[in-house]
Design a protein. Structure first.
Length: 368
């Protein structure tokens, strides 16, 4: 059976006329009409990296399939005049650590980004040392680390996407494409946002803030957690809480626990009695594509996503989202945990957005 979200997407296809489609990539960095595959093979031009491979075929034969990015530099992947909407963003890179690459997106000439996250975490792949696939509706990671997102990203005047290399070495290959349509954007359409955070929770305060400081009205649409369990035993009892529109001490929405929020049960185990090992899974709206146990003594790595596509969480004034790090003591008593939790929050809201916290340095982002 086709999920209802897919039915909605398929049902809209006959009505998506009246827009022109463009694509930006290394072959056509401006997206101009008729601007693809124009590069001439030239072995002396570093801007044309596959000249030698294409010299015998000439122009129009994959002469410039990727770009390079020097250490410390920022590349503008897309610079688009609106109005329109980005429909797909695909990227891969030869870098070993995607946390060294920072993705940023800006809408309509804003000075600060609406999207700011390490490249891998944006695509629900926060652990570079354990690459894995993701098979969901808005985010797909195909073998080997081919990262696609289908979040719809409308803009009215301008869209800009950048990638910064904060590693000490150059990245030789960055292949990418931005597929978008040019058309009018309805007044009620909100802008896409994503924000990354990381914290080392303490037993005195076993809580990680996924998102805070959001002002205005919009829809919360997704959570990705890169969870490093530093303690022995079970780690997923903590509640996920949504504080909406002036909530104080107590949230309006409080999910039953971490495993429940990510649609799991009984520890994500294959068999709680016979095989108590977390089992990876990936579905259109929710998944734990990485369940790297490595024994019970830690550290253990878990990647979890939850896309609120059919069940978006609306807010009118403000929004804060948290998750507790909670496990079990012997004797079936809750145990506050010291764990390493990194999160990427996804939401839509009308601009202007509140300033993001200072983005963590490379040392603060490094995987344990």
């Amino acid at each position: 059976m086709i999920p209802s979200a897919m039915q909605n997407l398929l049902g809209q296809l006959p009505f998506q006329t009246g827009a022109v489609t463009r694509m930006i990539n290394a072959e056509n960095p401006t997206g101009e009409k008729g601007g693809g595959a124009k590069w001439e093979p030239n072995p002396d031009d570093p801007m044309v990296p596959h000249s030698a491979q294409a010299m015998h075929l000439g122009r129009g034969w994959k002469v410039r399939p990727f770009i390079s990015l020097k250490a410390g530099d920022t590349a503008t992947l897309a610079d688009i005049a609106g109005p329109g909407c980005i429909n797909q963003f695909w990227i891969t890179a030869s870098a070993d650590e995607f946390r060294t690459l920072v993705l940023r997106m800006y809408w309509d000439g804003e000075a600060t980004p609406s999207v700011e996250a390490p490249l891998g975490d944006f695509f629900a792949m926060g652990f570079d040392t354990v690459p894995h696939g993701v098979n969901s509706l808005p985010v797909v990671v195909a073998p080997h680390r081919g990262c696609s997102c289908y979040w719809q990203m409308p803009f009215r005047r301008h869209a800009r996407i950048t990638l910064t290399n904060e590693h000490k070495t150059d990245v030789k290959i960055i292949a990418y494409k931005v597929l978008y349509k040019l058309h009018e954007v309805p007044a009620e359409a909100a802008y896409f946002h994503a924000q990354w955070r990381r914290s080392l929770t303490r037993r005195e305060h076993p809580e990680h803030t996924i998102l805070d400081g959001v002002k205005g009205h919009g829809l919360y649409v997704g959570t990705y957690l890169a969870w490093t369990a530093l303690s022995r035993g079970w780690w997923g009892e903590g509640e996920v809480k949504f504080y909406l529109d002036g909530d104080g001490e107590f949230p309006t929405i409080c999910d039953n626990g971490t495993e429940d929020y990510f649609s799991g049960a009984w520890g994500f185990f294959k068999d709680p009695k016979k095989d108590p090992v977390e089992e990876a899974f990936s579905t259109p709206f929710v998944g734990m594509p990485l369940a790297h146990t490595g024994g019970n003594d830690g550290p253990r790595y878990f990647g979890l996503y939850r896309w609120h596509i059919l069940d978006s969480i609306g807010f009118e004034q403000d929004l804060r989202v948290t998750v507790q790090t909670l496990g079990w003591w012997p004797g079936h008593i809750y145990q506050p945990l010291t764990d390493d939790v990194a999160s990427t929050a996804f939401w839509y809201q009308h601009e202007p957005h509140a300033p993001f916290p200072k983005f963590p340095s490379l040392n603060e982002r490094w995987q344990r």
